[in-house]
Design a protein around this ligand. Structure first.
Ligand code: HEM
Length: 345
C-alpha cells in the first residue's frame, strides 16, 4: 500500500515537473503583446536608379525645379521635408502613408498621431504641388513616396548638404501605419539606450546611423510646446537661455535646433554638442555616452566622414519597406487620398 502511494506521489511529481514550464509560459500566450514582435521593415525590393527612365525620364529635374522654387521663397520648408521623410519611412517604410488623410485609426491619420505633431503644413503642401506638376507632365506614373524621397534629397542639397543615391520605384501604401509602429518614432525624452534600441529594431540601423541622422537637427526648429519637459534640465547658461526663449511667448514659439548655423545642414551641429549646446535632450545625450561620443567627435572633426555617413544612412532610410512589402499603388488623385477602388494598382 505504502509502495503504491509512493509510486503515485512520484508520478504526480513527474507530471507537475512536466507542467511547470507550461505554467510559467502561459501568461505570454494570454498577454499577447500588441506590438507585433517582428521587424516591421526590411529593404524594399525593386528600387532602381533608372526606374522612371521610360515612364517619366525627367522626374528628377521636375521635382528639383519645384523644390528650389519653393525654398527660394521659404528655406525653412527644407527641414519640414526632411522630418516628414523620417516620419514616413521609420514606422513602416517609405510608402507615403504619412500623407494620407486619415480615417480608420482612433487619431484620424498618421499626421494626427502625437509623435507626428508639428509636421510642417507647407512641406506637406509642397509634396502635393510637386505631384500635380509631375503628373501633369508624365501622367500618374510617379508615386508620392518617390516624390517625397526625391524632394527630401533636393532639400538636403539645397541646405548645404551633399548628394546621395535615391533609387526609385516605391509604391504608395493604401493604409496608414499602425499606431504601434508610429509610436516607435524616438521620443525627445528617451535615453540614449532607448534611441539606439529603437533604431536597431529597424534591423539595418545602429548607433552610427543614430548619430549621423541626428545631424538632420542641423536645420529646422522645434515648437516650444512640443518639447517642454524634453528640454535640457541642467543648470547651465545655455539651458537657461533655452528656457527663457521658450517661456517668453505662447505655445507657437519656436527654437532653432542648431543655435549657430540654423539654416545650413553641416557638421556644426556636432560642434554644438561638444560645447553643451544641443537643444533637444536626446541630441545632447549623444555627447555623453561612450557608444555615441566617439562618433560626435569624429563627425565634428571630419566633415567628409559626416557627409559620407549621412548619405549612407539616408539611403538606408529611404529603402525601408513595410511589413507587407513594396506593394500598393501610384496615387492618382492626390497624395493625401487612396485611389478609388476601380483604379487600384
Ligand atoms: C534621434 C531621435 C530623434 C528625436 C528624439 C527627434 C525629435 C524631434 C523633435 C522633438 C523635433 C521638434 C518637432 C516640433 O516641435 O515641431 C524634431 C524636429 C526635426 N527633426 Fe527630429 N528627432 C529625431 C531624429 C530625427 C531624424 C533621424 C531626422 C531626419 C533624418 C530628423 C529630422 C528633424 C528635422 C529636420 C526637424 C525640424 C523640423 C522643422 O523645422 O519643421 N529628426 N525632431
Amino acid at each position: 500500500m505504502a509502495r503504491r502511494r509512493t509510486a503515485m506521489l512520484v508520478a504526480l511529481g513527474l507530471v507537475a515537473l512536466l507542467l511547470l514550464p507550461a505554467a510559467f509560459s502561459a501568461p505570454s500566450l494570454i498577454y499577447m503583446p500588441t506590438d507585433v514582435p517582428v521587424n516591421p521593415v526590411s529593404f524594399a525590393r525593386g528600387l532602381t536608379l533608372d526606374y522612371y527612365d521610360e515612364l517619366c525620364p525627367d522626374v528628377r529635374d521636375l521635382v528639383r525645379a519645384v523644390v528650389l522654387d519653393a525654398l527660394g521663397e521659404d528655406m525653412s520648408i527644407a527641414a519640414g521635408l526632411l522630418r516628414i521623410f523620417f516620419h514616413d519611412c521609420f514606422p513602416q517604410g517609405c510608402d507615403a502613408s504619412i500623407l494620407l488623410n486619415g480615417t480608420g485609426t482612433p487619431f484620424g491619420g498618421e499626421q494626427q498621431m502625437p509623435p507626428n505633431r508639428g509636421l510642417q503644413p507647407k512641406a506637406l503642401q509642397l509634396i502635393e504641388e510637386i505631384r500635380a506638376k509631375v503628373h501633369a507632365v508624365c501622367g500618374p506614373t510617379v508615386s508620392c513616396a518617390d516624390i517625397t524621397s526625391l524632394a527630401t534629397h533636393d532639400a538636403v542639397v539645397a541646405s548645404g548638404g551633399k548628394p546621395y543615391y535615391v533609387p526609385l520605384g516605391r509604391m504608395d501604401s493604401r493604409r496608414a501605419a499602425a499606431w504601434s509602429y508610429v509610436y516607435d518614432l524616438p521620443h525627445f525624452t528617451a535615453d540614449i539606450s532607448d534611441v539606439i534600441a529603437t533604431f536597431r529594431s529597424r534591423r539595418y540601423f545602429d548607433a552610427t546611423d543614430v548619430v549621423a541622422l541626428s545631424g538632420a537637427h542641423s536645420i529646422g526648429k522645434a515648437h516650444c510646446s512640443t518639447f517642454t519637459g524634453g528640454f535640457r534640465k541642467e543648470d547651465s547658461d545655455f539651458a537657461e537661455k533655452l528656457r527663457r526663449n521658450c517661456t517668453n511667448g505662447g505655445d507657437d514659439r519656436m527654437q532653432y535646433l542648431d543655435v549657430n548655423t540654423p539654416h545650413v545642414l553641416d557638421n556644426v551641429y556636432y560642434h554644438n554638442l561638444k560645447e553643451g549646446k544641443g537643444v533637444l535632450a536626446t541630441d545632447q545625450l549623444l555627447n555623453g555616452d561612450d557608444r555615441t561620443k566617439w562618433l560626435v567627435d569624429g563627425f565634428a572633426d571630419d566633415e567628409w566622414w559626416f557627409w559620407n555617413q549621412f548619405g549612407t544612412s539616408m539611403r538606408k532610410m529611404g529603402m525601408l519597406e513595410g511589413y507587407f512589402g513594396n506593394v500598393g499603388e501610384v496615387r492618382h488623385v492626390s497624395c493625401s487620398q487612396r485611389n478609388p477602388p476601380a483604379s487600384t494598382a
